[in-house]
Structure formats: C-alpha cells, structure tokens
Design a binder for this molecule. Structure first.
Ligand SMILES: Cc1cc2nc3c(=O)[nH]c(=O)nc-3n(C[C@H](O)[C@H](O)[C@H](O)COP(=O)(O)OP(=O)(O)OC[C@H]3O[C@@H](n4cnc5c(N)ncnc54)[C@H](O)[C@@H]3O)c2cc1C
Length: 368
C-alpha cells in the first residue's frame, strides 16, 4: 500500500516514522521545503501535558498518549540514528501570580493524582529556594510538574526523518503538492488516485495531509475544505555568562504564558508571543508582521520574573506561524469529508510538538 504524507514538519515526520514501522506500507513524504522549516522550526518544544488544564476527552487523551510515548521515543530514536535530541526531563515550573487561581490549581492536582500524575504546589519561598533567580514579589504559588518535558523540535524532526529513512520511508524535499486526482469510491465517497507534484503525477492508495498552514490550500477545491489560519509567535534566544541558579536543576519556567527554556551553558529561549491576524478576511493573513511592541512586552515579562535576564545578550530573534483551525478544536485528525483515503493531521496550533506522537499513532490506526 502506497501512503503519501504531505508535509515534513514535526507532525509529518512523526507520522512517517510511525508508518515506517508497519509492514507492507510504502511511505513517501513530500515537502516543498527541507524538513522542520514551517511552524516546527520556530517552536520551543515545551510539552505542556500534566500542567495543562485539559483533564478529559480527546484533548487530554492525546496529551497523555504523547507524554507516555515521548519517554520511549527519544531513547529509541537516539539509539537508532545516533543523533542527539536535547530533551529536558526536569519538568515545568509554572508561576501563579493571583491567589484567585489557586483553587483551580488545587483541583487540578487532585485530578492528576487520580490519573496517576504528580503535580506539586510550592510556596513562593520553596520556588526561590529551588530556583534562586526568580523574583517572587508578585508570586502567590508555583506549580511544579516533574513529568512534563521539553524537546528541541528541529533535532527531533531530523531524527524522525533519519529513523524513518532507515526503516525504508522515502523523503522528497523541494516538492510542492499542487492537487490530486480522484475517482468514485462508492457510497458517495471519492478516492484520491494520484497526487500532482510539479508536472508529475504520483499514484497513491492513502494520503495524509500534514501540511500545517498549507493544508488549507491543498483542500481548497474540495467540498469541505479545512480552514487553518496563522497565529504568529515571536521568540528570542538569550545568552548569559553562566546558567541561572543550580546548573543541576534547570526546569522550564512559565510565568504569565511566557516560557523560559534552558538550553545549557547559559543559553535560554524565551517565548512566545501570540499574535492574531486582523479578523477582516483572508487577504490579511499574508501580511502578518511581527509586532515589535509585543516582542518588547515578552522580554519585559520574562525579566519581570527573572531579573538576571536584563543582562543577557540577545543571540537570536525569530517568528513563526502556528496553524490554528477555524471553527473546530485543534488538532484536526480525521478523514477529509467526502474522501475514503485522505486523512487530515493538521492544525495543531500551539501544541504540535507535544501532540505529534499521539497524532502519528492515530494516523497509523486509521490506515492499518
Ligand atoms: C513561536 C512558536 C513557538 C511554539 N512553541 C511550541 C511549543 O513550545 N510546544 C509545542 O508543542 N508547539 C509549539 N508551537 C506550535 C508548533 O510549532 C506547531 O503546532 C507544529 O510545529 C505544527 O507542526 P506541523 O508539522 O503540523 O506544521 P509545520 O511545521 O508548519 O509543517 C508543515 C509542512 O508542510 C509543508 N507544506 C505545506 N504545504 C505543502 C504543499 N502543498 N506541498 C508540500 N509541502 C507542503 C511545509 O513546507 C511545512 O514543512 C510553537 C509555534 C511557534 C510559531
């Protein structure tokens, strides 16, 4: 069975790796760019699972599946490919600035306990003992989630590609899919027969659309297109002379939705802004520019809870576009309406790195 995966961000790469372990599938991945150049290349890789407020239904199940899979996936990929994937196992520390939010956190701690996950509520004094670089002036508590993780998104994607290739999957980059040809599959459904790539056509039995924002254009001509729009995010890489606090305890810190992500040797990522395009029509989606004021506010916010960052050198500043589905919750993992052999695995918005392993498992289950 020939399966074509369109898009090689973290989602497409995870799908390709998962499918490459299945006997009898010929996996072909097509991307118009090299791997990890879209949203994935901009992501911070913070895996907000246990500490998220999603507690039931599909959104929690996907998170839980991914968190469990990450524990085996990273060593498995490192072993198979020999490539190192930076994976921070020291948890996430989330600062709570309003005492009014505490009951919500206490409730979450109880729910997670029943689900078999640990969350701790620290006093501000405990937080500053563990992380002496924190300014706890306005902090009412800190929630520590030891099971949550952070992974380097590009390194992960490249390792997934390498491992899938070793398992026999074929990757073609700089190849844009422009459309597909269909025939009737009975029951009122259509089936995709071939993909159009430049002037060529490629025969397929299954198609997985994991093209992030590109999924909208790819489905534009079908009866129920998927509408995925960009939400811009800016981030910074900072460099300090030495790591903050205890070099042996470097969790991701989150304060007021601003992540401080340790990279080792005094390097940190800070991000990300959440910038919506003007809601006045599709034409505005293309001229989405990073807002310098939001960037300044991001840095100010991080310095607010970690004053030592004031002296850090800015090494890099970048932005990316998160794929956010309209009119339905993220992510979109289901058959394309009206088609028997096209699956959508797109629109992961703010959590594509977190949800890639669970998405890949769902796609494998649907195909096999
Ligand atoms: C600043 C920022 C910070 C983020 N931080 C986090 C985080 O901490 N944790 C987290 O989980 N998520 C985070 N995200 C979100 C995450 O980046 C996305 O959810 C995720 O990368 C989506 O992956 P994807 O593979 O679906 O899309 P993409 O990475 O955008 O990949 C889609 C691919 O499809 C290709 N493509 C599109 N159209 C076509 C076509 N017609 N033919 C061929 N190829 C095509 C593109 O070239 C691209 O490579 C962040 C995002 C941003 C912008």
């Amino acid at each position: 069975m020939r399966v074509a995966v369109i898009g090689c961000g973290v989602v497409g790469a995870a799908i390709a790796y998962e499918l490459s372990q299945e006997q009898g599938l010929d996996v072909l991945v097509l991307d118009q760019h090299p791997p990890a150049q879209g949203a994935t290349g901009a992501a911070l890789g913070v895996l907000m699972g246990v500490i998220s407020h999603k507690v039931k239904g599909r959104t929690w199940q996907l998170r839980q599946t991914s968190m469990q899979r990450y524990e085996t996936l990273i060593p498995e990929l490192e072993e198979q490919t020999g490539q190192e994937i930076p994976f921070n196992r020291q948890g996430i520390l989330s600062l709570c600035f309003s005492p009014d939010d505490l009951p919500k956190w206490e409730k979450l701690v109880g729910i997670r306990r029943t689900q078999g996950w640990r969350l701790e509520i620290w006093t501000p004094q405990q937080a500053v003992t563990e992380c002496p670089y924190l300014n706890i002036e306005h902090v009412s508590a800190a929630i520590y989630s030891p099971h949550d993780r952070q992974v380097a998104p590009s390194a992960l994607t490249l390792a997934l590609v390498a491992a899938a290739q070793q398992n026999g999957a074929v990757f073609q980059f700089d190849r844009q899919v422009t459309g597909f040809e269909v025939k009737s599959a009975g029951n009122g459904l259509q089936a995709c027969q071939t993909l159009k790539v430049s002037k060529e056509t490629i025969p397929v039995d299954w198609v997985v659309i994991s093209a992030g924002l590109g999924s909208t254009g790819l489905t534009a001509s079908v009866e129920s297109p998927v509408d995925i729009r960009p939400v811009l995010g800016q981030a910074l890489q900072l460099q300090l002379a030495a790591p903050l606090g205890n070099p042996d305890f470097q969790p991701v810190v989150n304060g007021a939705d601003i992540h401080l992500v340790p990279l080792g040797q005094g390097g940190y990522w800070i991000g990300a802004t959440v910038e919506f395009p003007a809601e006045t029509g599709m034409e505005n989606l293309t001229d989405l520019n990073p807002d310098p004021q939001q960037m300044k506010a991001l840095l100010r916010g991080a310095i607010g809870y970690c004053p030592a960052l004031e002296n850090a050198a800015v090494v890099k500043h970048w932005s990316g576009l998160r794929p956010r589905p309209q009119g339905q919750p993220a992510p979109v993992i289901n058959p394309l309406a009206g088609y028997s052999n096209i699956l959508l695995a797109a629109g992961h918005y703010r959590n594509g790195v977190l949800l890639a392993p669970a998405t890949a498992q769902a796609v494998r289950a649907a195909i096999t």
